[in-house]
Design a protein around this ligand. Structure first.
Ligand code: ADP
Ligand code: MG
Length: 464
C-alpha cells in the first residue's frame, strides 16, 4: 500500500522564520520542480525565491523582500468537509478574487441532515465545475496560482477525500505546493482577512452545524481549547428544530428559525438552560433538542404541514417555540462566553477581540446578544460577513496563505497518485489542547480515534 507521504508531512516542513522556508523552497525543490512560466510572469513568491537565491540569506534584504513577496501570493482554497462544495481564489493582500459555493441544501431539506454517501456523490459531481468557476471568475488559470490549500479535517472522510483529490490533481499537474487546512482554524482566521487589525492573541467562538468551539488563539497554529460540545452543536439544534416545526429547510434550518422567531414570544416556553451546574465552558445541545421535541409534540404540531399552510393559531405556537428555543440556545452561548473571557484574560490580558464565526454566527440575534457580553468585558465582537461565516473556500485559501508564509506547506505531489494511495484525512482532529480547568468528564469518554491536535503537531515540529 502506498504511503501518504505527501499529506503526512503537511504542516511539518521546516518552520519559520520565513527566510528558512524560502531558502528551503529554493534549494530543495529547484532541481525537481520547474516553476510555471506564468508564476515568473506574475512575480509570485516562488519566482522571487528563485530569482533572488543569492541574496536570500541576508536578513535586511529578506525583510523587504518578504513584504513584497507576501503581496504576490495567489492561493486557490478548496473546501468539501461537510455539505458545501466551495472554492475561492484569494490574494495575500486580502483581495478575494473569486468565491463559489455549491450547497447541498436540497439534500439537507430532503433528509433533514447530512448523509455522508450522498454528500460525497454531490461533492464529486460539483467539484470540477466549482473550481473551474472560481478560476474563471478570478480570470486566472491554474498556472497563475502560487499554491493550493485544501481542508483535510475535521469533517466527513468521504467528503474530505473529494476535495483533497481535486487539490492534489491540480497541485500535481501544475507543480504547485499544497497546504492542508484545519477547517475550524480557517473559520477563526478568516476574521484576520476581514479585520487586518486583528492580532494574536484573540478569542474565538466557532458555531456551526457540526462544531461548538471556544478557543484562545495565541498565535498562528497555537490554540487552547477552552470549551467544546459534549454532544450536539448549536447549528444541529437549529436544523432539527426547524425540521420538526415544518419550516422551509432550503437555506438550512438556522435562517428559517431566526426569521420565525421574530414573530414569537421568547418567554412563552420555559426551556431550561443546558449545563447550568457545570462551571466550565463546554456545551451541550442534545437535551435542549429533546425539550423542543417534547414541546412540539405537546402542542400537536404536525411537521408534515408546512408552516406556509399552518392555521394562524398553529403558526403562533410554532413561532413561540422557535423564539423560546433560540433564546435559551443563545443564553447557553452567552454564559459560556462570559466564563471563557475570564479564563482567557487570565492567560492573555492583552486580548481585545472575540471572533464569532461558523454558520450560526450569521444570525443577527446571536450577534446582538454576544455583543452585549463582549462589551461588558471591555472587548470587541468581530463577526465575518455571513457569506464568510458559513463554509466557504475563502477561509481555506486565506488560512493557506497564513501558513504558507510561515513555511508550512507541502511540495507538489506527483502528477498522478497511485491507485492505492492512502490520503491523510483527519475526520476527528482537535484544534488545540484542552485548557486544564475546562476538562469535562463527559468529554474524556469520547476520545477514541482522535488525531493529535493541530497545535501539538505544530509545537512538535517546531522543536525538531
Ligand atoms: P457546517 O455546519 O457544515 O460546518 P457551516 O459553518 O456552513 O457548516 O454552518 C452551517 C450551520 O449554520 C447550519 O446548522 C445552519 O442551520 C446554521 N446557520 C446558518 N445560518 C444561520 C442563522 N442565520 N441562524 C442560525 N443558524 C444558522
Ligand atoms: Mg463549518
Amino acid at each position: 500500500m502506498a504511503a501518504s507521504s505527501t499529506f503526512c508531512r503537511l504542516n511539518f516542513l521546516p518552520k519559520p522564520p520565513l527566510f528558512r522556508a524560502l531558502n528551503f523552497y529554493a534549494h530543495q525543490f529547484r532541481p525537481k520542480w520547474t516553476l510555471p512560466n506564468s508564476s515568473l510572469h506574475n512575480n509570485s513568491l516562488l519566482a522571487r525565491v528563485h530569482s533572488s537565491r543569492a541574496s536570500i540569506l541576508t536578513s535586511t534584504k529578506l525583510c523587504n523582500q518578504t513584504q513584497n513577496v507576501e503581496d504576490d501570493l495567489i492561493v486557490l482554497g478548496i473546501e468539501t468537509s461537510c455539505d458545501d462544495t466551495a472554492a475561492a481564489v484569494v490574494r495575500s493582500n486580502g483581495e478575494i478574487l473569486s468565491q463559489v459555493v455549491s450547497s447541498q441544501a436540497d439534500l439537507l431539506a430532503k433528509y433533514g441532515g447530512v448523509a455522508p454517501k450522498m454528500a460525497e456523490e454531490a461533492h464529486s459531481q460539483a467539484i470540477d465545475q466549482v473550481v473551474q468557476e472560481a478560476l474563471d471568475k478570478a480570470s486566472l488559470t491554474e498556472k497563475d496560482l502560487s499554491a493550493v490549500a485544501v481542508t483535510i479535517g475535521p469533517g466527513l472522510s468521504l467528503c474530505l477525500r473529494v476535495g483533497v483529490q481535486k487539490a492534489r490533481r491540480i497541485a500535481g499537474g501544475f507543480n504547485l505546493p499544497i497546504i492542508g487546512i484545519h477547517h475550524m482554524e480557517a473559520h477563526a482566521l478568516v476574521a484576520r482577512l476581514i479585520e487586518r487589525d486583528l492580532q494574536f492573541p484573540f478569542m474565538a467562538l466557532l458555531i456551526s452545524g457540526g462544531h461548538n468551539l471556544l478557543i484562545l488563539a495565541r498565535d498562528l497554529g497555537q490554540y487552547i481549547q477552552l470549551g467544546t460540545t459534549i454532544d450536539d452543536a448549536i447549528g444541529e439544534a437549529y436544523d432539527k428544530t426547524a425540521k420538526w416545526l415544518g419550516l422551509d429547510m432550503r437555506r438550512s434550518g438556522g435562517p428559517a428559525i431566526e426569521e420565525l422567531a421574530r414573530e414569537g414570544n421568547a418567554e412563552s416556553v420555559n426551556f431550561s438552560i443546558p449545563m447550568k451546574q457545570h462551571k466550565d465552558c463546554n456545551f451541550s445541545y442534545a437535551g435542549l433538542k429533546t425539550q423542543v421535541r417534547l414541546a412540539i409534540e405537546s402542542k400537536k404540531i404536525d411537521a408534515k404541514i408546512p408552516i406556509s399552510s399552518a392555521s394562524a393559531e398553529d403558526r403562533v405556537s410554532r413561532a413561540d417555540i422557535a423564539a423560546s428555543f433560540q433564546r435559551v440556545a443563545v443564553l447557553h452561548l452567552e454564559e459560556r462566553c462570559q466564563r471563557a473571557i475570564q479564563w482567557a484574560l487570565k492567560m492573555e490580558p492583552s486580548i481585545r477581540y472575540l471572533v464569532v464565526s461558523g454558520g450560526v454566527a450569521s444570525n443577527q440575534y446571536v450577534r446582538a446578544r454576544l455583543d452585549m457580553v463582549v462589551k461588558k468585558n471591555g472587548l470587541q465582537l468581530l463577526c465575518p460577513p455571513p457569506r464568510l461565516c458559513t463554509d466557504n473556500g475563502v477561509m481555506i485559501a486565506w488560512t493557506g496563505i497564513e501558513h504558507f508564509r510561515m513555511g508550512r506547506y507541502d511540495p507538489p505531489p506527483p502528477a498522478e497518485d497511485p491507485e492505492d494511495f492512502v490520503y491523510d484525512l483527519r475526520p476527528r482532529w482537535p484544534l488545540g489542547e484542552e485548557y486544564a480547568e475546562g476538562r469535562s468528564e463527559a468529554r474524556s469518554l469520547r476520545r477514541a480515534r482522535i488525531h493529535p491536535s493541530l497545535t501539538s503537531m505544530i509545537q512538535a515540529s517546531l522543536q525538531q
